[in-house]
Design a protein around this ligand. Structure first.
Ligand code: HH2
Length: 280
């Protein structure tokens, strides 16, 4: 299984680590730390040296209740950082829902569009479809970050997420985007309660029925805070546990803040998988 992106064909036969760079004043776990472009690029360089396979650069916080930046503000934050990270030798993803931002980022050479709104804003799908090869991550969320927790009511959360992702996959196909360019994400913490998030982990293999690789973002999320009683900066152990469980359940890509520790954890998993293969 591979993921086609603008410049890179990413081999997903081994799990890949997407390192998060939030160029925001208000992200839930690292808001304000990398708002200055120099510190954001330095952080990205560090993540690559720690083994990140992909960098995800975002200028909009999607934590519950966060305010969306306008296009000018989002682009002003992103431009210098994208310029600084596009030469680091790894695929670069932009975490945005804004069609103008998508167009400009792709024109700059960005490899992947990661949209928590699944390209539902007018013009967003067309902006990605206009590119011949850019990768795409379609994520499940109901409503908008400001109000999404009010919509966390499901008969069966796994079926609802699967049906939604199937619909967005079909919309992307209808716009001319080939399957090899697309990965899917159930959107941990987006319009979901902790028990919904845990149900999605328990039944994650049901999402593999859609036939596309899965990307999972558990890193430092509040469900892990609820389970451990710890604030966001102290959720490393819980985040590693969740990342490993997600990969065990078939995730191809994990989106994380703590790259070095995740890479180590995945090395242990890879070694046990090899041992399985060698066992008669
Ligand atoms: N989670 C966040 C942001 N973007 N994209 C995908 N595909 N999957 C996710 O789970 C996901 C995402 C939220 O995390 P973070 O970027 O750390 O925080 P914030 O949105 O507050 O900047």
């Amino acid at each position: 299984m591979h993921w086609q992106t603008s410049r890179f064909l990413i081999d997903l036969r081994q799990p890949r680590v997407m390192g998060i760079v939030n160029v925001t004043p208000d992200s839930f776990s690292d808001g304000g730390r990398f708002l200055d472009p120099g510190s954001a690029v330095a952080h990205a360089e560090r993540l690559v040296s720690e083994g990140a396979d992909i960098l995800d650069i975002g200028a909009e916080s999607t934590r519950p209740g966060a305010r969306s930046p306008d296009t000018g503000e989002e682009l002003a934050r992103l431009r210098p950082v994208l310029r600084g990270v596009l030469g680091l030798g790894v695929p670069v993803s932009v975490d945005t829902s804004n069609p103008e931002v998508i167009r400009e980022a792709l024109a700059m050479g960005v490899d992947i569009v990661n949209d928590v709104r699944s390209l539902q804003r007018p013009g967003a799908l067309a902006a990605v479809a206009a590119h011949p090869a850019a990768g795409l991550c379609l994520m499940h969320m109901r409503g908008e970050p400001g109000t999404m927790q009010a919509e966390a009511v499901y008969d069966d959360v796994v079926v609802a997420v699967r049906d939604f992702l199937r619909g967005r996959l079909e919309a992307a196909r209808a716009a001319g985007i080939r399957d090899e360019r697309i990965v899917l994400d159930p959107g941990i913490g987006f319009s979901k309660t902790p028990s919904h998030n845990l149900e999605l982990l328990r039944r994650q293999p049901e999402l593999l029925e859609l036939g596309r690789p899965l990307l999972l973002g558990w890193s430092r999320k509040s469900t892990l805070g609820l389970l451990t009683g710890r604030p966001a900066p102290e959720r490393l152990a819980a985040s590693l546990a969740a990342a490993l469980l997600a990969v065990q359940a078939g995730a191809a890509i994990v989106r994380v803040h703590d790259v070095a520790a995740t890479v180590d954890a995945l090395k242990v998993l890879a070694a046990t998988r090899k041992a399985d293969e060698n066992t008669p």
